[in-house]
Design a protein around this ligand. Sequence first.
Ligand code: TYM
Length: 336
Amino acid sequence: MAKKTFLSGIQPTNIPHIGNYFGAVKNWVASQNTGEMESFYFLADLHAITVRQDPKAFKNQTLNCFALFLAMGLEPEKSALFVQSHVLEHSELAWILGCYAMFGELSRMTQFKDKSGAHKEGEANIGLFSYPVLQAADILIYNADFVPVGKDQKQHLELARNIAQRFNSAHGETFKLPEYYATPNTAKIMSLSEPSKKMSKSDSNPNAAVYMLDSRDMVIKKFKRAVTDSEALVEYRGDDESKAGINSLMSIYSAATGKGFGEIQSEFAEKGYGDFKTAVGESVADILAPIQKKYNEIRSDGAFLESCMKQGAEKASAKARPLLHAVREKIGFLQL
Ligand code: TYM
C-alpha cells in the first residue's frame, strides 16, 4: 500500500516556543519515526516576509530554526526537511491557486483579520491577504494526506480543501483533499501571561511564551509567573474559560511527562499551584535540555546544515515537480 504523506511548516520568525513543539513538531517527529509515512517539513520563509524582516537577522534565524528542526528529532534521512523558498514550485502553484481562491473567503480568515487590524485601513500588504493561498500550495503540491498543525491553522487547512475542490471540479481530479491532524490537548497551548490567548511567537511580553532555547532557570521562572485562577485546584475542566491557564499547564505537564489528567489531579490534590507550577517548569526544562545540547553541537556547523537543506530541497522538488507539470497541462499552459 502507498505510504501516506504528512506535511507541515513553521515560520522562522523567532525561536519556536513550546506551543509549536507540543502542538506541532512533536507530532511530526512521532509520525516520522513510525517509518510508515512519507514526510515533508519545512521552514516557511516565504510566509515570514509578510512582516518586514531584517535580512541579516532573517538568514541567521532561518539557520537557527533549521538546526532546531534537527535538534528536536527530525531526520533528513527519514523526512524531507527544507526551506520553502528553496523549492520554487510552491510559488508557482501559489499564483495559479490564487486564481481559484475568492476575495470573500480570504477576507474571512481569522488570522488575516487579526494581523491586518494592526495596520491602517487599506495598508495591510497583499502577502498577508494571500498568505493562505500560498499555504494551500504548500500542502497541495505534495498531495498531502495529513497536515499536523495546531488548532490556529485549521481554518487555513479548510481553505486549502476548498481551493483543491474548486480546481478539481474545473479540471478533473488533480489534488488530494488533505486532512487535519492534531493531538487534542496540545493543539492550543495558551499564553502564560494571558491564558485566554494562544501562546504566540510574536507576543511582545517575553513571559508569555517559553522558547525552545530558554535556560532551565528561565523556564522555571516563567512557569512560576504563569497566570492561573484563584481557585487553587489542579483540575482539568476543558470547557471552563476561567480554568484556561490551569488547563493549558496541565496539558503541557501531561505532554511532558506522559501522565494523564486523573493522575496529575491525584498527584497535586493536597498541593497548591506553587508546587504544580514548579513541577511543570522542571518537566519542560527536562524535555528542552537534550534538544538544547544537540542544538549547540550542530548550530555552528554551517556546511552540515547547508547539505541537509540541499538534500531536503531536492527531495521536495522531486515530489512537487510532476504534480505541477500535471497542473500546467490541465490549465493549458504551453510546456517546453
Ligand atoms: P506557525 O509558525 O505560526 O506555527 C507552527 C506550528 O505551531 C502550531 N502552533 C501552536 N500549537 C499549539 N499551541 C500554540 N499556542 C501554537 N502556536 C502555534 C501552529 O498551529 C503550527 O502548526 N502558517 C503556518 C506555517 C505554514 C504551514 C504551511 C503549516 C505555512 N505553510 C503548510 C502547515 C502546512 C504558521 O504560521 O505556523
